[in-house]
Design a protein around this ligand. Sequence first.
Ligand code: 57M
Length: 359
Amino acid sequence: MLYHLFYPLKTVFGGFNVFRYITFRSIYAILTALIICFLVGPWVIRQLQKYQIGQYIREDGPASHFSKAGTPTMGGILIIGATLAATLLWADLTNPYIWLLIFVTVGFGGIGFLDDYLKLIKKHNRGLSGRGKLAGQIVVAAVVAGWLYALPGFDTTLTLPFFKDVRPDLGWGFIPLAIFIIVGSANAVNLTDGLDGLAIGPVTIAAAFFMIFAYLSGNIKIAEYLQIPYVRGAGELAIFCAALVGAGMGFLWYNSYPAQVFMGDVGALALGGILGTVAIATKQEILLALVGGIFVVEALSVIIQVTFFKVTNGRRIFRMAPIHHHYELKGWPEPKVIVRFWILALILGLLALSTLKLR
Ligand code: 57M
């Protein structure tokens, strides 16, 4: 909104020309979302406490988690609210990618909200059924994939890191792949969200890297120089990613160990859906597996554990899956697991960035 308000006034006051720059608006989107979290966060947490939206803790989990009973959840509302508010303030609202991201945030956030709401407010033990939740996610992801496919000039080729000349064109086959990436990303972030700050740290780091990728792929000169796909209009996604970086840091303020609030499915599913969609829109879908490597490892640990458990009639590879519980049960204090996973997330992001030069 500020872009639409002030940029046209550049003829009156030349200084308003600065609103044209994605870099300038990204910085202020980060700060806006962060300040919203600081200002509204304590009130949101009080409301969640007031309505007793507290977390039920499973009895079969690590004993260190029992003391977390009653921690308010559904804090994802704060992340989503701050991200959307900062985006609406600083982004160019005529850009289709911005609306696509708003749609995916509300869609996946809505499914997560319904699940959290049924679990907590209605005291419905299991929330939405697993199948219902997955079906909803597939529908939202299919709309996103179809929307992208229908965008004029949208490129359905696959970008492979390291191989600038190998770019298979998937045609309509791009749609199922996009659905798989978005739904997979949402569920992988959800599985990771089991220790204080464990999900929001790597999500914020991944959003920061995608902020850079979006900026680069939306600039024709830089994209040509780096030999990455140029996606017209994708630069504006840097503003959305920036808003998410600010909201992520703002939420971490309260979610850091010992957490005052958890994000709930409303946060985890929305964040994963966002990362999947940004990766596809910026044509860096394969690179997502590296930038979001922590989520991939967490999801793989569950797949490996469950398969092995079934095949061997009850034997386990990890002490407990997802893998963060394995390290907890090995005796690592919770903050050590969390901070080490953040460090790994940062390294993976840097490796992903380095692939831009290795082609
Ligand atoms: C969500 N939810 C957290 C909080 C958060 C197939 C199976 C592996 C699925 C998996 C599962 O259900 N994962 C989905 C995990 C829960 O957090 C809530 O959920 C929201 C995210 N959706 O925002 O509202 C608990 O996590 C802890 N937490 C924190 N800090 C945070 O900032 O400490 C969360 C956020 C919270 C809190 O304790 O209550 C969760 O872990 O339940 N299932 C599992 O993860 C279970 N694993 C399992 O059963 N493993 C088996 C194999 C054979 C599948 C095994 O290895 O033997 C574990 N989870 C728990 N107890 N809690 C094990 C048992």
